[in-house]
Design a binder for this molecule. Structure first.
Ligand SMILES: [Zn+2]
Length: 382
């Protein structure tokens, strides 16, 4: 490629877009001129018309152009919000988009719509997580009990089955015996050690069913064993305030455990790269579902918003149905990961006749439990 009068450079763009940068390397040119968009001199320059044509091919792979409508997306929205194409320090991303598409189209016209896999697909399928979440919360919470009449398939179970076969089962991981995991419990100020709690398994293990509140993965009454990779992550889940007391338990797993490792869900990113010839509209829909589930379960619990958890609880229930021991996921507040194991508290003898969750002591042993008081110091800087 030769010099051109309108150019930008590789540093204008998100460095994680590998295939996009490969195109710049193959089609760009050397020059020490200042890039008009990021002001750097040392980047590989590329003609904006050449790059714009390449970007448009990527958009055409993933989007149809049915015409202008407020529900549709503009080129700028696709590149900036969906593809996250620009380097975050590049504040001239809109000007650059206009220049890249100067001879192609108006970058603010909302005329693009995500392509679906086939003609038969539900029109709204690209909003699959939102639909799923809405149906679970406000339409039909207990989908397993819904009879399937002739021609009436259960959309959510069918969708979860496809999602499981295509992606979720590939996230399987073994947790080795001897793995250390941590759990924190905030102690209510009214409680007294020796009377209401102790430094023991009962006090730091999962709550018994009468005290079990709903969580991101468990409905009220079904108490799962939530643990974190390290103490700091376990503490951050607890949203502690000054002078509160907290118990921290250290556990060690005692047998091999099979989980779905949701932290690996980004292995499908390639299939959603619009600049890759391997782009798949179906995988893009699934990847979006995996990503939103990961965001939802990573958030700390807020007891007043239990309806927010119904969708994630149902996905967890679905995974549990395949016989996995739990789900591993990234904590949104801590740096480590969390694991929810589908195991409950020690069973009391009188409930022995009913179906109960296997007890957490089948999979882990408590090796240490300590009590701490939270001190928060304030530093005032004049
Ligand atoms: Zn640049």
């Amino acid at each position: 490629m030769t010099r051109s009068d309108s150019f930008c450079c590789n540093y204008c763009f998100n460095p994680k877009r590998d295939r996009f940068h490969a195109f710049i390397r193959q089609n760009g040119f050397e020059s020490t001129d200042v890039c008009p968009y990021c002001k750097r001199t040392d980047g590989i320059k590329i003609d904006t018309a050449v790059l714009g044509t390449f970007i448009k091919q990527g958009i055409d792979r993933a989007y149809d152009e049915p015409g202008e409508s407020s529900d549709n997306l503009s080129v700028f929205e696709i590149l900036n919000d969906r593809v996250i194409l620009f380097e975050w320090e590049n504040h001239r991303e809109h000007d650059l988009t206009s220049e890249l598409f100067r001879d192609i189209c108006d970058v603010d016209k909302k005329s693009f719509k995500v392509k679906l896999e086939s003609e038969g697909d539900d029109e709204e399928q690209y909003r699959i997580w939102r639909n799923f979440e809405h149906d679970c919360k406000y339409f039909n919470r207990f989908f397993d009990l819904t009879p399937r009449g002739a021609g009436k398939t259960n959309r959510r179970t069918d969708m979860l089955a496809k999602l499981y076969d295509t992606c979720i089962k590939n996230l399987k991981e073994e947790i080795e015996p001897g793995t250390e995991l941590f759990r924190a419990r905030v102690i209510d100020s009214k409680l007294k050690r020796g009377r209401d709690y102790n430094l023991d398994e009962v006090s730091i293990g999962p709550a018994d069913k009468s005290n079990s509140q709903s969580g991101r993965m468990n409905p009220e009454g079904i108490s799962y064993f939530y643990v974190a990779e390290d103490e700091a992550t376990a503490l951050k889940e607890g949203r502690l305030r000054a002078n509160e007391r907290v118990l921290i338990g250290r556990f060690k797993t005692i047998r091999e455990l099979t989980v779905i490792d949701w932290t690996k869900a980004n292995i499908y990113e390639k299939a959603v790269d619009i600049f890759s010839p391997k782009y798949s509209p179906k995988m893009a829909v699934y990847q979006d579902f995996l990503r939103r589930f990961a965001i939802e379960v990573g958030k700390p619990n807020e007891t007043e918003k239990t309806i927010e958890y119904v969708a994630t609880q149902l996905v967890a229930e679905y995974v549990r149905g395949y016989g996995y021991d739990g789900i591993k996921y990234d904590s949104a507040v801590g740096n480590g990961y969390d694991v929810v194991f589908f195991y409950g508290p020690e069973i009391t003898p009188e409930s022995g006749d009913f179906n109960v969750l296997p007890k957490y002591t089948d999979i882990a042993e408590l090796t240490d439990v300590r009590e701490y008081k939270i001190k928060i110091e304030y530093f005032l800087e004049p």
